[in-house]
Design a protein around this ligand. Structure first.
Ligand SMILES: [Zn+2]
Length: 280
């Protein structure tokens, strides 16, 4: 059995329900859970390094207040609650540029704690997992995140950014060549880049996904809802690739889609697979 975790980033108070519904209904109908990396208090003026608007502002009017907490979009909150196939994980705090690459531990701690509070205020259970904006974390952020979350999902890990006490575990991971690893009770997951991305070749995308899943016991498949509606323009060809991915995941009997939460209470088959990935 091979396992897949679907991670869609950047859901926030600016996300139209209709986008999530169109993208993920085929997943939910097939019992394929989707982890939404959700921004608790989105910066409605967030920009990329070059000053252009963040992709998740695709449907924003520009008239919103500077920040919007998740609970300020009650329609979205109600929709997420009526569809338990969506599992929320915490994605930064405001999602300003490289927000968790900053070195100020006290500020990072405040962002994490308030983010968790805002999830609770919106009526969601405490998330098990943290995802940093742009998958970038400073050494201080790694410390503060792993104090609060049993699971961190990111792109890759660099020795120079790791707390020194993590180095022995990191070298063991390198020697064992496992994709994921563990420091104490904290599960640290990597992913093979955004295989589902509007900047990649749509024709070859499904095949790349299929080959990646074939070759790994546990893959985190990352995408971003707004890329299917870039600058407010619906991209039917790209949406079709996502839906073909759902069909592939539903059809292949030796592929199982799980949630991040499932890693904390694995059944026997998953536990066996996790031992080969570096997570157990
Ligand atoms: Zn993001």
């Amino acid at each position: 059995m091979r396992y897949v975790i679907i991670r869609d980033d950047d859901t926030c108070a600016l996300t139209p329900v209709a986008c999530l519904e169109e993208l993920y209904r085929p997943f939910l109908e097939n019992g394929l859970p989707v982890n939404l990396a959700t921004i608790p208090r989105v910066n409605t003026r967030a920009v990329w390094r070059d000053g252009s608007a963040e992709g998740f502002r695709a449907f924003a009017s520009g008239q919103e207040p500077p920040h919007l907490a998740l609970a300020e979009n009650p329609g979205l909150v109600a929709y997420l609650k009526t569809n338990p196939g969506f599992r929320l994980v915490l994605h930064g705090y405001e999602h300003t540029y490289l927000e968790f690459q900053r070195p100020d531990a006290a500020d990072l701690a405040r962002r994490l704690d308030h983010g968790l509070e805002l999830f609770a205020q919106a009526g969601f259970p405490r998330p098990s997992t943290f995802v940093a904006p742009y998958d970038q974390l400073s050494r201080e952020a790694l410390r503060e995140v792993t104090r609060r979350f049993p699971i961190l999902s990111t792109g890759w890990f660099e020795l120079r950014r790791l707390p020194v006490t993590w180095w022995p575990a990191y070298f063991r991971k390198k020697i064992r060549r496992t994709p994921h690893w563990r420091v104490g009770a904290t599960r640290l997951l990597t992913h093979p880049g955004c295989l589902l991305s509007h900047q990649r070749d749509l024709i070859r995308m499904l095949d790349t996904i299929r080959r990646t899943l074939e070759n790994a016991p546990l893959t985190v498949l990352v995408t971003h809802w707004w890329e299917y509606f870039h600058r407010g323009q619906r991209n039917p060809a790209y949406i079709e690739v996502l839906h073909q991915t759902a069909a592939l995941l539903a059809r292949e009997s030796d592929l199982r889609v799980i949630t991040f939460d499932d890693l904390l209470s694995p059944d026997a088959a998953l536990a066996a697979a996790l031992r080969t990935t570096g997570l157990e």
